[in-house]
Design a protein around this ligand. Sequence first.
Ligand code: GAL
Length: 397
Amino acid sequence: MKANLFCRRLRVVLATAVTTLCCSTGNPQRSPVAATPPMGWNSWNHFAETIDDATVRAQADAMVSSGMRDAGYVYINIDDTWEGARDAKGEIQTNQKFPDMKALADYVHGKGLKLGIYSSPGPKTCAGYEGSYGHEEQDAQTYAKWGIDYLKYDLCSFHEKMKEAGSPEAGHNLMLGAYRKMHAAILKTGRPMVFSLCQYGADHVWEWGASVGGNLWRTTDDISDNYDRMSVIGFQQAGLAKFAGPGHWNDPDMLEVGNGKMKPDEYRTHMALWALLAAPLLAGNDLTTMSPETIAILTNRAVIAIDQDRLGKQGDRVWAQGSQEIWVRELDGAAKAVGIFNRFDWPQVIEIDWGKLGIKSGSKARDVWTGKDLEALSAKYAAQVPGHGVLLLRLTQ
Ligand code: GAL
């Protein structure tokens, strides 16, 4: 009898403790998605406003035939410009470019892939299409009905509402409320959906993105297909590692690999840096016309394994001198990924003193891009790194 009472009390105490813990961390209930950074494709970087149903199907086909699906890419994400008007009941319709979203989702699912969509908390999206303002629950239900698995929610015209709020603080709170509202609406559907926040890294989003239900949040304004823009974004992620982890990731924007305006070494830098950053890997090129080199960069299993490492610990800069930077990411099994970057446009020898970086000499090192083992690390190492390139190593004891 006494034992029963003790058990009941213990249960109450434990339940209270769990509730308190859950609420005090500010982490809401979240979908069981994005245990590792999401991998897939997004229409915006290459197709922008020209995206349509046939193109999405062709990208899904190519994701399978190129081997990308088997390398871990899953999401086929439609960005802005799919939206039509609302019907008499307020339900969002697709425009003529997407005749049947449910049929498209079925097609994508039939290939073992998932489908993502895009909207805004504002009345209009950034390209001027219909946003979700005032229709959040209804839109989430529609997405669930169609079979959507991922929502990118882009601030866009909601900024006007924030300005009308009267003060920056009131505007900030309004934005948090808008993201919370859509997250609650998604949860209510019962369908797991990745929730991707896009407000360009304003107001230190990494500090509160997870608390409003974000599985990932953009940390910057838009990327473009050139080394300067990509590298400025990538290298400015230093210091954000502590905000990321399984289920909630920093997002330095989608990939430009294969879009044609960077050199192969620059694209390898892009991919290596994103992997060290535990960034979402959302290809942003045309998957139907990839060169073997682009496929090799996007599907390199060893680079993807760094990005998708199950510990989910984002890497950070550990050393920098002028145009030379070293970034380290802790991996499962006491392994480490090390990126030795040359930000100059010509080759450089980068002298590394492993001891100063807290790395033991004698560690085994493999060049991730070539797959070749190096000699066991001696105390110092002179790395030959091509212009705008990277030597990416995986170290094990
Ligand atoms: C921008 C966003 C881009 C893309 C675009 C669509 O605000 O950063 O990634 O989604 O809107 O209009």
